[in-house]
Design a binder for this molecule. Sequence first.
Ligand SMILES: Nc1ncnc2c1ncn2[C@@H]1O[C@H](COP(=O)(O)OP(=O)(O)O)[C@@H](O)[C@H]1O
Ligand SMILES: [Mg+2]
Length: 370
Amino acid sequence: MKIVGLLCGREFSFPPAFLDRVNSLGAKDGVSAEFVKLGGTRMGEPARYSVIVDRISHEVEYYRGYLKHAVLQGTYVINNPFWWTADDKFFNYAVAAKLGIAIPKTVLLPQKGYPADIDLTGESLHNLEYPVDWDALLDYVGRPAILKPYSGGGWKHVYKVHNKEELLAAYDKTSPYPMTLQEFIDFKEYVRCFTFGKSDITPVHYDPKERKYHVDHAYLSAELGARVVKDAQTINQALGYEMNTIEFAVKDGIPYAIDFLNPAPDFERDRITEFYFEHVLEKMSRLVIDRALHGPASGPWPRWEEMLKIGAASGFIGAPGVVPAAVPANAPAKPAVAAQTAAAAAPASASTAPSPAAKSPAPPSGSTPK
Ligand SMILES: Nc1ncnc2c1ncn2[C@@H]1O[C@H](COP(=O)(O)OP(=O)(O)O)[C@@H](O)[C@H]1O
Ligand SMILES: [Mg+2]
């Protein structure tokens, strides 16, 4: 018997429907689903779950610790708890921009303040320039601009500012969070993509003003739809997410990726519509059953260093799971490094193939879009 565990918080409609669906679809293959139950984790305790779907460890740190341990014991966790811990929006904007995705100009800002229990003085912060040249930063991103956390969600501390005065008034409310200042995209269309696995992408018409999803299959032209799907696949390949929403603001036909650090996306029936709720249930259930039975189709680890061919330069020796080329004992050091880099950058092998459930086009061959 393979068991899928669900870790979630105050969600209403998705959890029971998901457990039911996995139990009914998975029964013939011996896959069942249940809520994860935890009451203190003993080091080395064996994994009960083949797969865990994590929708809450960003808010309950004990769960994050448990999930890392579960990975060590052989559980496949969606999403990878190590990478989720490491990721932030500024880094992932920068990765995506290097991979050819349209990204609004973005600046990472020094924090307004620090948690009260950290004893910082002016001397602690001597690496920071003061005062910040706000005019220059605004000149760079343009006006109006968006001020938002470098890690966050639910529109908390997202401000639209038109000038320096508004920027500083908003910034003053943001302690202790690191913030980004971003070019405002005056969009015509706005798309939220559900992603199931790295390559199965469902773009949905989303109205940020009303915060509503719409069922509107003709919303994007075929050409724009194809670009959005390809860009979303590239982002998920680079960052390793398998359950995500990726948001694009479209201006003059160009889809700017605005927010793609949503590893516990909203799946509530009332908000995503009955149509997409059913779609999400089916896709998520098939994804976890596939992972429980067949293990990682493409692995939960990010591949940005491999896709950008900077593995060796940045000190990496290949993404985990990419076995470095065997080095003969007498081989000189330099060619061995070159061989390793070449192996890491090699065109797609089975490990980059889309999951069996994937209907969308395959990820870019070699995972190195121009
Ligand atoms: N650069 C931008 N240009 C235009 N609108 C933006 C931009 N960044 C964010 N927004 C708007 O603010 C909303 C919330 O920002 P987002 O980056 O998605 O943060 P969160 O993680 O809180 O959802 C977006 O849905 C979008 O409507
Ligand atoms: Mg968002």
